[in-house]
Design a protein around this ligand. Structure first.
Ligand SMILES: [Zn+2]
Length: 134
């Protein structure tokens, strides 16, 4: 299993955020996702002049991992100014794959402000099990 600790994951998120494309909001976000197999996938937010095509750092990291065959995740670190919490779309996206995943929220100095889970961020979330319910 992975030997990476929270501090290292936060550092990877800070590194990932360096590539953020944020000409409109100037709100830099970095993410680092730890797969169950111990691999780290980083992400950043990528804005767009059309606004709605914008993608968040959390989903960038998750899509990178999923596209490379990973669907089980144990932790994600997200760093931003003031340690903002994930948007609703990202909460739903996390809940789909890893409701029990730990979510570490840190500021741009790497200070951890909150540790929670995807399920705690999306109480009573709608997920794959709902489609199986009779
Ligand atoms: Zn988001």
């Amino acid at each position: 299993m992975s030997q990476i600790n929270d501090r290292q994951l936060v550092r990877a998120a800070l590194e990932g955020g360096k590539n953020a494309y944020i000409p409109y909001s100037n709100y830099r976000v970095g993410a680092a996702l730890l797969s169950a197999s111990g691999e780290v996938f980083s992400g950043c937010n990528v804005e767009n002049a059309g606004y709605s095509p914008t993608i968040c750092a959390e989903r960038t990291a998750m899509v990178k991992a999923i596209s490379e065959g990973h669907q089980q995740f144990s932790c994600i670190a997200v760093v931003s100014r003031g340690a903002g919490s994930p948007c609703g779309v990202c909460r739903q996206f996390m809940f789909e794959f890893a409701p029990d995943m730990r979510v570490i929220l840190a500021d741009l100095d790497g200070q951890v402000r909150m540790v929670t889970t995807a399920a705690e961020l999306l109480p009573h979330g709608f997920g794959p099990a709902n489609l199986d319910a009779g």
